[in-house]
Design a protein around this ligand. Structure first.
Ligand SMILES: [Zn+2]
Length: 280
């Protein structure tokens, strides 16, 4: 059993993070496996060293020790580049030159678009550009993103599923990545998106069980497609319920009072915080 906790150093850890960390930590410790720590710091404009240091400190103070070295995504751009090159060679990527505004306008003109978990699905504007049009636009120097051509990808992979570890035991979950559409896998200036980096990292770190919040369940459909395209092993998944505040709203970075730092300063012990994270 190899599990991982993979926060982004864009703020202090809060109770919701600890819930995720606990799921992975317990699964590893209960089975004599390994619990890994990864810092998802690809977006260097939002990540700060100060937060990275604080994450490590908070976890150790809580007693959630990890095994082996911490993997920092920003030190592994070559791994993501290789995966991207491979996908490019399979002709399942295309450059998208749309700005956010253009995507919004296109959707409005078409009378709306199916709504995925992270907003309206990309309408596929740039999917149909021919080679000449693409080269011309790329030459002109405008920014672009590389998107996954989902229908081409699915034609290559065929039907897929993964094993979801739920409270009633494991069950197979069929893959349906349509709601997310043609996701962005890289940008001109950022060499890997969350989807690409996570998929590659879980394989390189030989993670066998991915525990994360149910808000990321939609992404798993896309990750499973990437695993199939890149010939990577498929871990099992456990998407756990998200912690909410007393009014039922999801805990987030806005809930400053619920950072581990502030609870610790408020006099809570590590055991009390762990128990809150498990039961809140
Ligand atoms: Zn586009």
């Amino acid at each position: 059993m190899v599990t991982r906790f993979a926060p982004s150093p864009t703020g202090y850890l809060h109770l919701g993070h600890i819930r995720s960390a606990l799921e992975g930590w317990r699964a590893a410790r209960d089975s004599g496996g390994r619990f890994l720590l990864r810092l998802e710091d690809i977006d260097q404009t939002r990540c700060r060293d100060e937060y990275a240091t604080a994450i490590l400190e908070d976890l150790l103070w809580l007693g959630l020790s990890w095994d082996g070295a911490v993997r920092k995504q920003s030190e592994h751009f070559d791994d993501y580049r290789r995966a991207l090159d491979r996908l490019e060679a399979m002709a399942v990527l295309y450059p998208c030159f749309c700005t956010r505004r253009e995507i919004r306008d296109e959707i409005a003109q078409a009378g709306g678009a199916p709504h995925g978990p992270s907003g309206p699905t990309y309408p596929g504007t740039c999917r149909g550009l021919d080679t000449r049009q693409r080269t011309e636009k790329q030459r002109s120097g405008i920014d672009y993103a590389l998107r996954l051509d989902l229908s081409r990808a699915l034609a290559l992979t065929g039907p897929l599923d993964w094993v979801e570890e739920g409270e009633e035991g494991p069950r197979r979950k069929p893959v349906d990545p349509e709601p997310l559409g043609d996701v962005v896998l890289a940008r001109k200036d950022v060499s890997a998106s969350y989807h690409l980096a996570v998929t590659v990292d879980d394989a390189i770190q030989e993670v066998t069980l991915v525990t994360r919040g149910e808000d990321l369940a939609a992404a798993t459909h896309v990750h499973r497609v990437l695993q199939a395209l890149l010939d990577l092993p498929t871990p099992s998944y456990c998407h756990h319920k998200l912690l909410t505040d007393p009014s039922g709203r999801r805990l987030s970075k806005r809930n400053r009072g619920l950072t581990i730092r502030s609870m610790r300063e408020g006099g809570l012990s590590a055991a009390e915080i762990i128990s809150r994270a498990a039961t809140y």
